[in-house]
Structures are given as C-alpha cells and as structure tokens.
Design a protein. Structure first.
Length: 135
C-alpha cells in the first residue's frame, strides 16, 4: 500500500520552499503542494512565478528528487465557502493576539477539502508562531 502524499502549503517563500525541497531530497513520499490564490493580492502572481522557477531549477539540478514533487494544486481562495464556526474561532484567536486573515482562509480551505494532515510552514519570527509554540 503506497504512503499518502505529504500535503503542504507552498507560497514560494523561503520557509515553505525549504521544507518542500528538503522533503524531496531526504524523504521518500510524494509531495503534494497546494497554493491559495487570491486575485486581489498583488503578490499572488509573483508567488506562482517563483514556484514555477524554483521547480524548473530544482528539476534541472535534482531530477530524481524533483519527480516526487507533484504539480501544485492552485485553489481560488475567494471561491471558498464561508464557515461561521471557523470565523468565530478566528475571532477568538484574534482577541488573544494578531493573526493574519490568511489563516482563516487556510482553515476554510482545509475544511472544504477535508485535509487533516496539511502542513503549514512558519518560522519563529512569524506572529502566528506564538499560537502553536508551547508556553
């Protein structure tokens, strides 16, 4: 029985890119990247271009490892259904500390597609880190 693909959000930034390339070089599972696209975000087109360039360069240098990275699935974030329960949970978290609205979109995306093992890459300097780190 084949292992389930490693599901991971890819922004084209250094943290998610590092994780994907590390898994490709050192892991054995297929990697399924996801990208949340928002037409109103200027950086969306740039991030998708970065992802394409990174994949191209990685394929040229590490063709065997690159085969484990599947084509990113691009989801239109604006098309995700609203979820009142998630929205209320997000408001509760925002009362504790700032949390970007992209995290609500990520939760809506994971819920909509039933993704229970979706990996999100953040670094210690990210404000969201305080929500997941032990006190």
């Amino acid at each position: 029985m084949p292992c389930e693909a490693h599901k991971i959000l890819w922004t084209g930034g250094w943290d998610s890119t590092f994780r994907i390339l590390y898994l490709a070089l050192h892991g054995s599972r297929e990697i399924q990247p996801y990208y949340l696209y928002f037409e109103t975000r200027y950086s969306s087109a740039l991030e998708l271009e970065a992802i394409e360039l990174i994949q191209k360069l990685f394929r040229e240098r590490f063709p065997n490892a690159a085969r484990r990275i599947t084509r990113p699935i691009v989801i239109k974030g604006d098309d995700l259904p609203q979820d009142e329960e998630l929205h209320q949970a997000y408001i509760t978290l925002r009362e504790r500390s700032y949390l970007g609205d992209q995290y609500l979109s990520i939760a809506r995306f994971a819920t909509r597609f039933g993704l229970r093992s979706l990996e999100l890459c953040i670094h210690k300097d990210d404000r969201a880190h305080k929500f997941i780190s032990p006190k």
